[in-house]
Design a protein around this ligand. Structure first.
Ligand SMILES: Cc1ncc(COP(=O)(O)O)c(C=O)c1O
Length: 446
C-alpha cells in the first residue's frame, strides 16, 4: 500500500485551488456527459484515504464505486501488476495466451457458488460482461427474450441500457434500445404496497405471472438480477424472492444470471451476495472489486452453458488483459489473507449500529426512512419526515455537507434519495467512526 497516512486532513476549501484549476481544464477538454460526484482531483490513494492535489485527505466511503475493496494501492495488486507490466503489457489472449488469464478463471471456478464444472470468459468492463452473459444464454437456449427487474442497473452500452431500469441519466436521448428485453417487479421491501413481509412472495408471484403471460417462459433465454440492487438504491430483494425466481428459471430451462458486479468479491461479507439465500446461479457476472482497481470483468458459469458459444464468438482485443489479471490475483490473495469477508461484516455491524442511533435521535426517524444493505454495501433511504416521499434534495444536501468536511460519499436510487456507503474493506475502524461522525453532524445542516 502507498504510505499515505490514514488520517483525514482538510487544508483548504473542498475542492481546493489546484482542483478548481484542474476542473476548469476538465470542463474545457472533457465531454460534458461524463459526470462528476465531487470535483476534487486525486493525487494518491490507499487504505481508507484519497489524497487530493491540494494535500487534503478525504475519508473514502465510495471505493471508486465499489471497486477498490482491497484499497487503491494494495501491496499484492501493485506488486503483481508491476511485475507483469515489466514482462509484457499485452499479447491478446486469443492470439498468444498467458497463464494469468487461465489462473483467474481457475480462481473464479473455485470462489463462485456451486461445485459443478465451471468455465469463465474475461472482459474489460461490467457492461461487457453482462452483454456476453446474454450472448452465451441465447446461444445455449436458442431463445431470445431477456427478463430484468424494476430498479435494475446493468450498464451503459446499448444492450445494457435496455436492461437498465432508470431513464435519467442513463438512457435519456440514447435510444432506440435493444429489443426482446422485458422488465418485471422486484421485491423492494420498503416500498412494497402491502408491506415488506409480503414483498418476497407477492413480487415473485407477480414477476412469474408477467413472464408467463406476457412473454412465455419458453421464449426466455435469461433472467438477470443483482442479488443486491446497486444503482437502484441498495435494494435487498425481500427474503424468498430470489430463490423463487431461481426455481422458476430452473423449471423452465431459463439461464439464471446473478449480476454480482457491484455486490461480489467480499463486498457484502460473502464472496458473492447470492450465497446468503443459497442461490447457485447458472452464470455470474463480476467486475469492479475483482482486480483492485484494474479494468477486468468476467462471466463464470456452468461449463455446458459457457461452452455453447462457438469458437471466436466471444472475446475482444483487451479482454483479460495480463496486467489486470495479475491485479486480480493480487486482489484475491489480499481478500483471503486479510479475511475481507470478516472485515465487511464488521463494517456492517459498526455502520448499522451508528446509523440506527442517528435515526433514533431524530423525531420519528426524521429523514432516515430505511437503513439497509449488507457488509460494506450499506445505505440509508431519505424521505420527507413522517412520510415515504423520497427526499432527493436532503440526500444531495447531506452528500454536499459530508464532502465539505472531507468525507467522500455517493448517492444512488431510482428516486435519487439514497445515500450509499461503500468503504474499502481495508478501512481502519477509526476512519470508519470518524466518517460516521461527519455524517451525523451533516444531519444538523439539513
Ligand atoms: C450491477 C452492475 N452491473 C453492471 C454495471 C456496469 O459496470 P461497468 O460500469 O464496469 O460497465 C454496474 C456498474 O455500476 C453494476 O453496478
Amino acid at each position: 500500500m502507498s504510505d499515505i497516512p490514514q488520517e483525514r486532513r482538510v487544508l483548504t476549501a473542498i475542492p481546493g485551488p489546484k482542483s478548481v484549476e484542474l476542473q476548469a481544464r476538465r470542463t474545457a477538454a472533457v465531454a460534458a456527459g461524463v459526470g462528476s460526484t465531487l470535483p476534487v482531483f486525486a493525487a494518491r490513494a490507499g487504505g481508507g484515504i484519497i489524497e487530493d492535489v491540494d494535500g487534503n485527505r478525504l475519508i473514502d466511503f465510495g471505493s471508486g464505486i465499489a471497486v477498490t475493496s482491497v484499497g487503491a494501492s494494495a501491496e499484492a495488486v501493485v506488486r503483481r501488476a508491476s511485475a507483469q507490466l515489466a514482462d509484457f503489457t499485452h499479447t491478446c489472449f486469443m492470439v498468444t495466451p498467458y497463464e494469468g488469464y487461465v489462473e483467474v478463471c481457475e480462481r473464479l471456478a473455485e470462489l463462485t457458488p456451486g461445485d459443478h464444472a465451471k468455465k469463465s470468459a474475461l472482459f474489460n468492463s461490467g457492461a461487457e460482461a453482462v452483454e456476453n452473459a446474454v450472448k452465451i444464454a441465447r446461444a445455449y437456449t436458442k431463445r431470445t427474450a431477456v427478463v430484468v427487474f424494476d430498479h435494475g442497473y446493468h450498464g451503459r452500452t446499448n444492450l445494457t441500457m435496455a436492461l437498465t431500469a432508470k431513464n435519467m441519466p442513463y438512457k435519456q436521448g440514447f435510444g432506440p434500445f435493444a429489443p426482446e428485453v422485458y422488465r418485471v417487479p422486484v421485491a423492494y421491501g420498503y416500498r412494497w404496497p402491502t408491506g415488506a413481509e409480503n414483498a418476497g412472495a407477492e413480487a415473485s408471484a407477480q414477476a412469474i405471472d408477467e413472464i408467463t403471460k406476457q412473454i412465455g417462459a419458453q421464449n426466455v433465454a435469461a433472467i438477470i438480477i443483482e442479488p443486491v440492487l446497486g444503482e437502484g438504491g441498495f435494494i435487498e430483494p425481500a427474503k424468498g424472492f430470489l430463490p423463487e425466481i431461481a426455481r422458476f428459471a430452473k423449471d423452465n430451462g431459463i439461464v439464471f444470471v446473478a449480476d454480482e458486479i457491484q455486490s461480489g468479491f467480499c463486498r457484502t461479507g460473502q464472496w458473492f451476495a447470492c450465497e446468503d439465500e443459497g442461490i447457485v446461479p447458472d452464470l455470474i457476472t463480476t467486475a469492479k472489486g475483482i482486480a483492485g482497481g484494474l479494468p477486468l470483468s468476467a462471466v463464470t458459469g456452468r461449463a455446458e452453458i459457457m461452452d455453447a458459444a462457438h469458437s471466436g464468438g466471444l472475446g475482444g482485443t483487451y479482454g483479460g488483459n495480463p496486467v489486470a489479471c495479475a491485479g486480480a490475483l493480487g486482489a484475491i490473495e489480499t481478500m483471503i489473507e486479510l479475511d475481507l469477508n470478516g472485515k465487511a461484516r464488521r463494517i456492517e455491524e459498526v455502520m448499522k449500529g451508528r446509523l440506527g442511533e442517528m435515526r433514533a435521535k431524530l423525531p420519528n426517524g426524521g429523514v432516515i426512512g430505511d437503513i439497509r444493505g449488507r457488509g460494506a454495501m450499506i445505505a440509508i433511504e431519505l424521505v420527507k419526515s413522517g412520510t415515504k416521499e423520497p427526499d432527493a434534495a436532503a440526500t444531495a444536501a447531506l452528500a454536499k455537507a459530508c464532502h465539505a468536511e472531507g468525507l467522500l460519499v455517493l448517492t444512488c436510487g431510482t428516486y435519487g434519495n439514497v445515500l450509499r456507503f461503500l468503504p474499502p474493506l481495508v478501512i481502519g475502524e477509526d476512519l470508519l467512526d470518524e466518517g460516521l461522525d461527519i455524517l451525523e453532524q451533516a444531519f444538523a445542516t439539513l
